[in-house]
Design a protein around this ligand. Structure first.
Ligand code: MCA
Ligand code: AMP
Length: 520
């Protein structure tokens, strides 16, 4: 009899390991600078040990494993072990502060929480209060209770059986109302997208990926890691992005993925030359718009044309400029700056007007998508999920764009009130909510303005209550205590009034215009 089918993402990744398990899979350095090498066998054994530890806890099916730890190879092993054991991975940005963590843990009710040893005091308090029974620690230096406990478990583990529709991960993405929503991604979503990208980007076994992104969002966690593991290819693993370290690694690598800020910072280094980049096959950019100047400067300096692609937490990757000739588009292979390329194979993309009617080629409207990559819905928010899909099953991205006569998609704006700063999303409604709670504040507006390093940053404009005197520095200091650092406005102004339209709505476009030159 045939064994029942296993659609587990981990099983597929494991099946792609090269035959020589003693080959190096990951090269990195310990915090003290010591070089560290992990073979494919190391990854297999260590992820088995952690998976066996998780399995020994007797957790109910579908349990969430929430993780807020610094980037390390062991943090990656924890992700793989969670998939392997069949639980749901919930990564959390290390910048999140206690109020943010309290919300995520309260909302997701994870069975297991893993945090840094330094944060154990406050994180475990939040977790135990929310009913979590298991809190482990994982440090940057292969330390902490998770690995101590895992060391007692066997180093073999058969991947839990999963259906394509079973949950693999929940990624919190902030909402326009200010409350974060957990996007539920299935094994089928993640695996189908990864397999398709590997083919579309011409992934090869001898590729070497420079991994310099954080591993708590789609870009670093799914797009980069799945590509390398499915390709059976090596990763040069950097715990933190450092432009010089990336440039120094280029001669030993073939692929790099980054948000635009990473490219801008590398262009600021004299060591970035044609020769330094001559061994590279592919540079990929995404998560935020890549300025055409950056695209051109990169071409001029390195001789490489950056491949820009577009995606979302809810959908993983949606569009990509071609790596090679795309037969679906008349064999076009041009990577066009200022565009995010073609809808990827298997992804349906349409542009509609505000009335929901499909628009013609060249007309600007709301981007809607569908496909095996589109998430299952928002965790415990059926109404929110229903709102974000059309009756005929298309997901509303909140991005505004246009498809040109050659089929290239261009993102021209967003209908959602969102600022993307250095590749991180900042939802004005959330930050305004915190500002408005401060004593003496009547109202506030956060707007995104251009910034040479982060692409876009938030500027807060605040109105005081009658008789109250507000200091911008005090507002910023109060926010720093409560919110992740990248959400803190880079400037704050206290003004007598906000511009409004006849309906009384704040005209953020006027504020954006007023402050657009602030960081020029
Ligand atoms: C750091 N700071 C920032 C940001 N990062 N401010 C605004 N936006 C940011 N992104 C501020 C900190 O608040 C701090 O300010 C100061 O910069 C130094 O902080 P540090 O952590 O040392 O900064 P860094 O290490 O230089 O980080 C910059 C970075 C990082 C490397 C560009 O932001 C980064 O890794 N971004 C990538 C994000 C990413 O992976 N996004 C993918 C999302 P102060 O000193 O005042 O406190 S996935 C996605 O969007 C979709 C699905 C997709 O399509 O991929
Ligand atoms: P996230 O919530 O982190 O999933 O962010 C997804 C959003 O990032 C998308 O809805 C877009 O607004 C934006 N985004 C991602 N890639 C690109 C890109 N290449 N160009 C412009 N915007 C992008």
């Amino acid at each position: 009899m045939n064994a029942p089918r296993n659609d587990s993402l981990f099983a597929a990744l494991r099946a792609a390991f090269p035959a020589d398990l003693d080959a190096t899979a990951i090269e990195t350095t310990a915090p003290d600078g010591t070089p560290l090498y992990y073979t494919w066998r190391d990854i297999d054994r260590a992820s088995s040990r952690i998976a066996n530890l998780l399995a020994s806890l007797g957790l109910p099916g579908g349990s969430r494993v929430a993780v807020q730890v610094e980037k390390s190879v062991e943090a990656l092993l924890l992700y793989l072990a969670t998939l392997r054991a069949g639980y749901v991975f919930l990564p959390l940005n290390t910048a999140y502060q206690s109020a943010e963590i309290e919300y995520f843990i309260g909302n997701a009710e994870p069975a297991v929480v893993v945090c840094t040893p330094g944060n154990f005091g406050w994180v475990s308090k939040i977790a135990f209060t929310a009913g979590t029974r298991h809190v482990f620690t994982l440090g940057e230096n292969r330390n902490g209770s998770l690995l101590e406990r895992a060391a007692h478990h066997a180093d073999t583990h058969e991947a839990a059986r999963k259906g394509a529709d079973d949950l693999a991960a929940i990624l919190y993405t902030s909402g326009t109302t200010g409350r974060s929503k957990g996007a539920m991604l299935t094994h089928g979503n993640l695996l189908s997208n990864a397999v398709m990208l590997n083919e579309y980007w011409g992934w090869r076994r001898d590729d070497v990926l420079i991994h310099a992104l954080p591993i708590f969002h789609v870009h670093g966690l799914f797009v980069a890691i799945h590509a390398a593991l499915l390709g059976g290819s090596k990763m040069l693993w950097l715990a933190k992005f450092d432009p010089r370290a990336v440039i120094a690694a280029l001669p030993r690598a073939t692929v790099f993925m980054g948000v635009p800020t990473l490219y801008v910072r590398m262009l600021g280094e004299g060591a970035l030359t044609r020769e330094a980049a001559s061994h590279m096959r592919l540079f990929i950019s995404g998560s935020a718009p890549l300025l055409i100047e950056t695209f051109r400067d990169w071409q001029e300096r390195t001789g490489h044309t950056i491949l820009e692609r577009y995606g979302m937490s809810e959908t993983i990757m949606l569009t990509s400029n071609p790596y090679a000739a795309d037969a679906r588009h008349g064999g076009q292979d041009e990577r066009r700056g200022g565009t995010v390329g073609f809808p990827l194979p298997g992804v349906g993309l349409r542009v509609v007007g505000d009335d929901g009617q499909a628009l013609a080629v060249g007309e600007t409207g709301n981007i809607q998508v569908r496909g095996a990559n589109v998430f299952k819905g928002y965790w415990r928010m059926p109404e929110k999920t229903a709102e974000e899909f059309t009756p005929d099953g298309w997901f509303k991205t909140g991005d505004v764009g246009v498809v040109d006569e050659r089929g290239y998609v261009r993102i021209v704006g967003r209908s959602k009130d969102l600022i993307i700063s250095g590749g991180y999303n900042v939802y004005p409604a959330e930050v305004e909510g915190y500002i408005n709670e401060l004593p003496g504040v009547a109202e506030s507006a956060l707007v995104g303005v251009p910034h040479p390093d982060f692409g876009e940053v938030g500027v807060a404009v605040v109105i005081a209550k009658p008789g109250a005197v507000l200091q911008p520095e005090a507002i910023v200091a109060a926010l720093k205590a409560r919110l992740a650092n990248f959400k803190i406005p880079k400037q704050c102004y206290v003004v007598p009034e906000l511009p409004r339209n006849t309906m009384g709505k704040v005209q953020k476009n006027l504020l954006r215009e007023q402050y657009k030159g602030l960081f020029a």
